[in-house]
Design a protein around this ligand. Structure first.
Ligand code: SPV
Ligand code: MG
Length: 551
């Protein structure tokens, strides 16, 4: 047995299947790349590149005012953005048999699956504008055009649909049948029989007389109230919903334009129209992001910063009466502003701040704020958990009262461990009142271990007695999360959420929990060059720290 995987069908094969299928099939009008994609997403198995809709979106009449190359250029966008077949409404073939030959070749080059040509005279007019006055093409000449098109296609499955306009132009069924038969003999793959009546009578009579000699295609724009069961029973092959995307777009755009004009604002319209993100999705923005990761050598992943700034900072007294600690100015600039600037300098532009105490006083631009409404009765871990939905697999979590030299963040970002923490080994010179997160590590920092893999063992908030093993440094309040590290973090938060004391837990509790769960946490040693602000004395030091240096 041959188990070779089946080749995917070409677009031309798909159109041929639609046209030749036993059941009734439907295709929808589209007039540009985005409408074509929307038609495919809705579930349609094919697209009608309508001459009316294409000319309308260009803002011109359906009288061959847009050149055929302009039409073909638009088809290229439509074809590139879809995997379903496109049947072009090719009007009269844009000239004689010779123009038709070139058209077919150009369409095949763009993977357009077929073309429908109508037996009228170039330049044509839409069938619903004074149809009776429109001259029909000479049937023999039209047959030559069909044959020329068939002879010039290189893919056997490319379809040429011959459209009979006799009923539109006021001829009778016999003329329509005579022409359809001639076109079938000339090589047409299907016949489109068009009518402008509001009832399907002419179409049904034609179908009965035609008796399935070749697949029949119809455009029920005028007889739209006819149930499709009627078409099914008449053994029609393909129904074209010919202009409903352009009409719905026009309707919505008219309403939107008036509303914005009249209200002189966007507030009334924003929720009624597609979001900008939806446009990005339809444009395939995600695929580009993936491709950048794979192919773009200087690609820098979008690192996110998550800053915890819910605390008041009780030891700062009156300074934090009206604002959280993170908004206390150092050298005239709030701590949080300094932190955000540090992030932006490292191209970290996705910055989420978890606020709590006096959240409304945070007026730092360039951040997204999440509020821990329970900040008064919960701790750091609960604040972090508020931002769980924004976690990414490439982020840095930081306290909002940190001041540090830029290189610390730069080096931390370069760490490829799932979780990394920054530990200051200059422990003696930097201990002061306030939170003390003493770090015990697999190795002490002997200042010559640049890049060596040191791991964290535990964080303790109290210094041990002098005879016990002394800590290797202080955790400065920064965690780097990468890849799998995000899941470790989320799993640990979810597990701790179940514990009774969850609301009182701090980030070191989370870190210790992960260590107890055998997660590997990498240590990045630094030696000074940072501060956190817990007291007025810290604040004074902070002023000195920032004075004259900003790197
Ligand atoms: C089109 O969609 O451009 C057509 C169908 O040709 S109709 O407008 O009904 O003639
Ligand atoms: Mg048309």
């Amino acid at each position: 047995m041959n188990h070779r995987p089946a080749m995917p069908l070409s677009k031309a094969q798909k159109l041929r299947q639609l046209i030749e299928s036993k059941g009734l099939e439907f295709i929808l009008e589209a007039h540009n790349g985005i409408s074509a994609r929307i038609a495919e997403e809705a579930g349609f198995k094919g697209i009608w590149a309508s001459g009316l809709a294409l000319s309308a979106q260009f803002g011109v009449r359906d009288n061959n005012e847009a050149s055929w190359t302009q039409v073909v250029d638009m088809l290229e966008f439509m074809s590139d953005t879809t995997s379903i077949p496109i049947l072009l409404d090719g009007d009269t073939g844009y000239g004689n048999f010779n123009n038709m030959r070139r058209l077919v070749r150009k369409l095949e080059q763009r993977q357009v699956a077929g073309v429908c040509i109508e037996d009228k005279v170039f330049p044509k007019t839409n069938s619903f504008i004074g149809g009776e006055r429109q001259p029909l093409a000479d049937a023999d000449e039209f047959c030559g055009k069909i044959a020329a098109g068939k002879d010039s296609q290189s893919d056997d499955d490319f379809c040429i649909v011959a459209r009979v306009e006799a009923l539109i132009a006021g001829w009778d069924i016999r003329e329509a049948l005579r022409r359809a038969e001639a076109y079938r003999h000339a090589g047409a793959d299907a016949i489109l029989i068009h009518s402008k009546l509001s009832r399907p009578d002419q179409i049904l009579e034609f179908a009965t007389e035609w008796a399935n000699r070749a697949p029949l295609v119809i455009v029920p724009t005028k007889y739209y109230s006819t149930p499709v069961e009627v078409f099914r029973k008449a053994e029609i092959s393909l129904v074209i919903w010919a202009n409903h995307m352009i009409r719905s777009a026009v309707n919505t755009m008219q309403k939107t334009a008036s509303l914005i004009f009249e209200s002189e604002g966007l507030i009334d319209i924003e929720d009624r129209i597609a979001s900008v993100d939806e446009i990005f999705r339809l444009q395939g923005a995600d695929e580009l992001a993936d491709a950048e990761r794979r192919y773009f050598s200087s690609y820098q992943p979008d690192t996110k910063a998550l800053i915890l700034a819910a605390a008041r900072g009780d030891d700062l007294g009156g300074l934090t009466e009206q604002r959280p600690k993170a908004m206390v100015p150092v050298g005239g600039i709030p701590l949080l502003r300094r932190l955000v600037d540090k992030c932006k300098k490292r191209a970290i532009d996705d910055i989420t701040v978890v606020a709590g105490y006096k959240a409304a006083s945070i007026d730092v631009s360039g951040i997204n704020i999440i509020v821990n409404e329970q900040h008064a009765s919960t701790g750091e871990l609960a604040s972090l958990a508020c931002a769980l939905d924004t976690f990414t697999d490439d982020m840095v979590v930081m306290y909002g009262d940190l001041l540090f030299r830029s290189y610390i963040l730069r080096d931390l970002i370069e760490s490829d461990a799932c979780l990394s923490v920054v530990v200051d080994s200059a422990i003696d010179g930097n201990t002061h009142v306030g939170t003390q997160d003493f770090a015990y590590c697999s190795e002490s920092d002997d200042r010559s271990m640049w890049g060596q893999a040191v791991t964290l063992r535990r964080i303790a908030t109290d210094l041990p007695s002098p005879e016990e093993k002394q800590p290797d440094g202080r955790w400065i309040g920064m965690i780097r999360v990468k890849g799998e590290g995000r899941r470790w973090l989320v799993d640990a938060i979810e597990a701790l959420r179940g514990s009774e004391d969850f609301n009182t837990l701090a980030i070191p509790d989370l870190i210790n929990f992960m260590l107890e769960s055998d997660r590997d946490i990498r240590v990045w040693y630094i030696h000074g060059h940072w501060l956190d602000v817990n007291s007025l004395a810290d604040l004074e030091r902070a002023g000195d720290f920032t004075a004259g240096q900003d790197s």
